[in-house]
Design a protein around this ligand. Structure first.
Ligand code: NDP
Length: 328
């Protein structure tokens, strides 16, 4: 038996609770992992509370991220005793996830824990930090360099945004951080932002083209914000778009694309191919300053505490990252 958060949906409604689960109920997979830590992402908040259609089959163990030790493996390149990290692949949505003491997974989904990080640090980074790195890689693939000019980060005080600010500053970019929380200005400056802008200047409906301001951007906000980012990019600017904190819509025109040659680079972490994941984790090991990771901060909670904390994450009441010790 092992403990897990189980999400159930039936005639009695939608609910999440910690339950002892028999190992025979674990899903198909060629690797069994003794989970050490998971984390709480926005998506896990939606899954646990039922406020968004994240869970595709019931009962479900949530948790889109996990780190742990391989207990059994029939996969050629995953050995018993390996410490592995998993992000995404539909885990916690369609396949039982990381908010449990055990998980059975496909070996192809796993990446080795980078030597630069402890298991707790890997979960403090989580999908949010790994996605921030994918965004930076997307900008680099489009030829963006620190010499190109300012880089805007929207949702800067959030999980993706904070890591993006820290990474870009370390790489030598002049970072402009957009936030709706003026109180976080000092924090963003300490992370490496050279300039703070009020997110209200980007979140209302804007013009098809605006003054050319940024060479590149990392956007985790979507909606009018992404439209205004595109309108304010410099000639041949690039935006890596990964999120929808403001909304799923994209009320833009083609003007920035056809008149300024702007590139909109989509970033998905869930089905991202293995080589890109390995590159992202290795680059996080090189380019994410551990002092900045400590500044972003994480607190550790138990499996049972993850349930009420999920609602607080959705309500925007949680600052920094939450690491879940599934064994307490
Ligand atoms: P957080 O909740 O930690 O951060 C989101 C930030 O967005 C907030 O901190 C806030 O920044 C800003 N924000 C929130 N609401 C609004 C609003 N109404 N208008 C404008 N800005 C707003 O979430 P994450 O950083 O973990 O994730 C950010 C987004 O990226 C989410 O939509 C998430 O689903 C998505 N995501 C996508 C992934 C992918 O694979 N494509 C992977 C991971 C996340 P501030 O306080 O600074 O204003």
């Amino acid at each position: 038996m092992f403990n897990a958060i189980l999400i159930e949906k039936d005639a009695d409604g939608y609910r999440a609770s910690v339950q002892p689960v028999d190992e025979s109920r674990l899903p198909e997979g060629d690797v069994t992992v003794r989970v050490a830590y998971s984390t709480l992402n926005y998506k896990d908040g939606l899954a646990i509370t039922g406020k968004g259609p994240v869970v595709r089959s019931f009962p479900m163990v949530p948790g889109i991220d996990l780190v742990g030790t391989v207990e059994a493996s029939s996969h050629a390149s995953v050995a018993v005793g390996d410490t592995v990290v998993l992000n995404g692949w539909g885990v916690g949505e369609t396949h039982w996830g990381g908010l449990a003491q055990k998980a059975r997974l496909k070996g192809d989904w796993l990446v080795p824990l980078p030597a630069a990080f402890t298991p707790q640090q890997a979960m403090a980074i989580g999908t949010a930090g790994y996605t921030a790195m994918l965004c930076v890689l997307a900008l680099e693939r489009q030829g963006v360099t620190p010499a190109s000019g300012d880089v805007l980060v929207t949702g800067a005080a959030g999980g993706v945004g904070s890591v993006a600010v820290a990474l870009l500053a370390k790489l030598g970019y002049r970072v402009v951080a957009s936030t709706g929380r003026p109180a976080e200005g000092a924090y963003l400056t300490e992370l490496g932002a050279a300039e703070i802008v009020d997110r209200a200047t980007l979140s209302a409906p804007g013009k098809p083209l605006a003054r050319e301001r940024w060479a590149a951007a990392v956007d985790s906000v979507g909606s009018h914000t992404l439209a205004n980012v595109c309108a304010g990019l410099r000639y041949r600017g690039v935006v890596a778009a990964c999120g929808l904190a403001q909304g799923m819509d994209f009320p833009a025109t083609v003007a920035p694309f056809i008149l300024r040659g702007v590139t909109l680079a989509g970033v998905d972490s869930v089905m991202c191919p293995r080589e890109d994941r390995l590159e992202a984790w290795s680059r996080l090991g090189r380019d994410l300053d551990p002092a900045k990771l400590a500044l972003i901060g994480s607190r550790e909670i138990s499996l049972a505490e993850a349930i009420p904390t999920a609602a607080a994450v959705l309500a925007g009441q949680v600052r920094g990252r939450v690491v879940v010790d599934v064994n307490r």
